[in-house]
Design a protein around this ligand. Structure first.
Ligand code: HEM
Length: 764
């Protein structure tokens, strides 16, 4: 689905509901949203202003095409050549204009990131609502009056730059905070742990996950022998692979994922006390995922699904927000836990170390150009500011080396001068020269100390970074400490803490992945490894993938932890904001139901899209084609698929339903949405269409004026306008059809449908 202005849902509402109260209402709403967006846009502040000096407006009417050396060009379509009236002649090398154009094109690509190559980003703001001065003196974590500009890049890990968004993978969550004291980068993921404990293993885990060396297959997937071979050979990866087999690895949207710094950092306060810390971002919209079949299909049907989703939400003024939290452990308690708090394969369970939410991150502006911003942004875990420090986490220490190093090969040594990467505070030092140096530093010396006393180091009081004097005693050797050798407790904790439906998804994901492994050594061993986590799980998966069923069961401690199941993150107030809803119509549709539900959805900030049997106007029951304008759908049934929407609604109308019931694609839309556990709404004659499409005794349908919600299929047979209603509050068994249907959408997916096996009874 493209995100151009012509698909602006507020505009569409206005067009479609012309002349009704709805248009006035949505016009006000649209105006409010736009003003709000503008207001917030204004406060984007320092970084956007900083970028302004490097930003040109392509659409300025005074622009003329020039060469890179500034000469205006009169023709960029024909290479200079020797021609005659009737004869095409040789092309001349002398044409420097044309040669420049081709040169520049030939060198447009830079090396893609060795990992996390596929990504999308946005600008935003970070604000604090509680000072953390008891544990740190970092300005960004103590000054509540600040608005810190941020640039956040989301990514997948394994795929190439052009790979699909919805594959099963970890998602990157890399935040650059342009603070007054310098850039602070939190280079995190949407999963709180990692595959390995020591950074020196990173090339191995990535080689194993990337396409196999002999044929470069498969792209952007972990469903292959090498990935699972690695998982078995490295028991330390057990906890992490359980997360990647859960729904966390197939997010519905970047806006609906948590972000975790993963590594253990430290905080230092004015009393010179040190605390260990982990950073966490939790989304306001809840943590939601796709279902696997949907993710697989979207990878082909709309490979840019997440990219467009983020762009669309920000363009519509529905700015995604995350609460920012810290988990803090005083230095004196470092060894009080049964796991090592410096081990990145472990979480700090919230029961032991509660999350303290102290701030908020909002994304409110799309980039102006992808390459100089999203592609050239470069993060470093080593970028910290005073008040924040490293720990001896061996993964973090290696990362601190790796990121700077990789930026040199991707962008060159002067990468920190690129507009998107440069800080908003002054930068001055004696680093000089190198390819593509931009800064011109006036002065007679470029070293310290110098006879002019120029550019001295800063005192602590002036904001100079002072390293914490950590006492270190030990033996130099290649070894992991004792606690680093336990790998199964938290893998069990993770699995035990999932809801039954999420556990079912883990079993299905493992069964899918191992089915793609054709080496029995790989899947037999993996089935055994699963027995170390949960015996039933190992049996189920072994049976599905044809592995030897493990005989030995390991003890499972039975403990659970909060904050692991995604279902715990449902928003306190149900919302359908930014949910994409397809309204399916054919000629003869019921315009009353269509208009009412379209407007009700838009008023609750959902995004209704009209899907017709064609994209030229569709006429309502009673409308005359010769005189009425009809409704121009956003798309037609063949152009889109149900996978691209969170829900579908079908208004009645005898003629419309008669034609849809003979349309295989329309029936497929309904069945697929049902199979993918999405809310389905139907009114009037459409109730019978949904009944016919699903063909299932267990579903109950409305047969009169009552609204019936059966497994998230919400129907109203006898439609009168009062029965359709507006959405005032989304609560279960809402007062009218719009509210009941809206509530079903707000639940994201109807898990009961899957728990009771209904989704497997329809063909889609
Ligand atoms: C806690 C574990 C890790 C997390 C959460 C993590 C996260 C990330 C993220 C989010 C990115 C993408 C940044 C962007 O959007 O531009 C990234 C890129 C990268 N990571 Fe990691 N990573 C981890 C471990 C490692 C380790 C252990 C290494 C190497 C020793 C490593 C090396 C890289 C490299 C080379 C890139 C590409 C950077 C670029 O070209 O801009 N990562 N990582």
């Amino acid at each position: 689905m493209s995100s151009n202005a012509s698909e602006d849902p507020w505009r569409i509402v206005n067009l479609l509901c012309n002349g009704t109260l709805y248009s006035i209402y949505t016009a006000i709403l649209s105006h409010t949203l736009t003003s709000e967006a503008k207001m917030l846009g204004k406060s984007e502040g320092k970084k956007v202003n900083d970028l302004a000096s490097n930003t040109k407006d392509y659409h300025d009417k005074n622009n003329r095409i020039t060469t890179d050396w500034g000469v205006k060009q009169s023709n960029t379509d024909d290479w200079l050549k020797v021609t005659a009236e009737d004869k095409q002649g040789p092309m001349l090398m002398e044409d420097a204009f044309s040669r420049e154009k081709i040169h520049r094109f030939d060198h447009e690509r830079i090396p893609e990131r060795v990992v996390h190559a596929r990504g999308s980003a946005a600008f935003g703001t970070f604000r604090l609502f509680e000072s953390a001065e008891d544990v740190t003196n970092a300005g960004v974590l103590t000054d509540k009056s600040r608005e810190t500009p941020v640039f956040l890049r989301f990514s997948t890990v394994l795929g190439s730059r052009g790979s699909a968004d919805t594959v099963r993978d970890v998602r990157g969550f890399a935040v650059k905070l342009y603070t007054k004291e310098g850039n602070w980068d939190i280079v995190g993921n949407n999963i709180p742990v990692f595959f390995i404990q020591d950074a020196v293993k990173f090339p191995d885990v990535i080689h194993a996950g990337k396409p196999e060396p002999q044929n470069e297959v498969p792209q952007a997937q972990t469903a292959h022998n090498n990935f699972w071979d690695f998982q078995y050979m490295h028991p330390e990866a057990t906890h992490m692979f359980m997360w990647t087999q859960s729904d966390r690895a197939i997010p519905r949207s970047y806006r609906m994922m948590q972000g975790f710094g993963v590594n253990t950092y430290t905080l230092q306060n004015d009393k010179n006390e040190r605390h260990f810390v982990k950073f966490i971002f939790t989304p306001e919209l809840g943590v939601h995922s796709l279902v696997w079949d949907e993710a697989l299909k979207l990878a082909g049907q709309d490979p840019d699904f997440h990219r467009k989703d983020l762009w669309e939400a920000i363009e519509n003024g529905a700015f995604p927000k995350w609460k920012f939290g810290i988990q803090v452990i005083p230095e004196s308690k470092e060894h009080d836990f049964e796991f090592d708090i410096l081990d990145a394969t472990k979480i700090w369970p919230e029961e032991l170390v509660p999350i303290r939410y102290i701030g908020e991150l909002e994304l409110n502006r799309n980039p102006d150009e992808f390459f100089p911003q999203t592609e050239q942004v470069a993060f470093c875990t080593s970028h910290i500011v005073p008040g924040i420090g490293f720990s001896d986490d061996p993964l973090l220490q290696g990362r601190n080396f790796s990121y700077f190093d990789t930026q040199i090969s991707r962008l060159g040594i002067n990468w920190e001068e690129l507009p998107i990467n440069r800080p908003v505070c002054p930068v001055m030092n004696n680093n000089r020269d190198g390819a593509m140096r931009h800064t011109i530093t006036k002065g007679k010396v470029n070293y310290w100390p110098n006879r002019f006393d120029a550019v001295p180091p800063a005192e602590k009081e002036e904001g100079g970074y002072v390293d914490y004097p950590e006492r270190v005693v030990g033996i130099k050797r290649r070894q992991r400490s004792r606690k680093f050798q336990e790998h199964y407790n938290q893998a069990q904790l993770f699995y035990n803490s999932l809801s039954p439906i999420e556990q079912q998804h883990v079993a299905a994901a493992l069964s899918f992945e191992l089915d793609h492994c054709d080496d029995p050594v790989v899947f037999d061993r993996m089935a055994k490894r699963l027995a170390a986590i949960n015996f039933d799980l190992s049996q189920k998966v072994a049976e599905m993938v044809g592995a030897e069923a493990p005989q030995e069961s390991h003890h499972n401690h039975g403990d659970k932890s909060k904050g692991i199941s995604q279902l715990e993150y449902m928003p306190a107030n149900p919302t359908i904001a930014t949910r994409r809803v397809a309204i399916i119509i054919a000629d003869g549709y019921d315009s009353v139901a269509y208009n009412a539900i379209h407007a009700a959805l838009a008023s609750a900030m959902a995004l209704p899209f009209t899907i017709g049997t064609r994209r030229s106007p569709i006429f309502a029951a009673g409308e005359r084609k010769s005189s009425a304008k009809g409704v121009k759908p956003d798309h037609h049934l063949e152009g889109m698929r149900s996978t691209m929407f969170d829900s579908i609604f079908i208004p009645g109308g005898a003629e419309s339903i008669a034609s849809l019931s003979k349309n295989g694609r329309a029936l497929h839309w309904i069945r697929e949405a049902f199979g993918h556990l999405k809310a389905i709404g139907a009114t009037g004659e459409a109730v019978d269409l949904v009944k016919q499409a699903c063909g299932m005794d267990k579903l109950v349908f409305s047969s009169g004026g009552d609204v019936v919600d059966s497994y998230g299929v919400v129907t109203l047979s006898n439609v009168d306008t009062s029965g359709l209603g507006n959405i005032v509050k989304l609560v279960k068994n809402g007062k009218n059809f719009a509210e009941a249907y809206g509530f079903a959408i707000s639940q994201h997916r109807n898990w009961d449908r899957e728990l009771d096996g209904l989704n497997t009874m329809v063909a889609y």
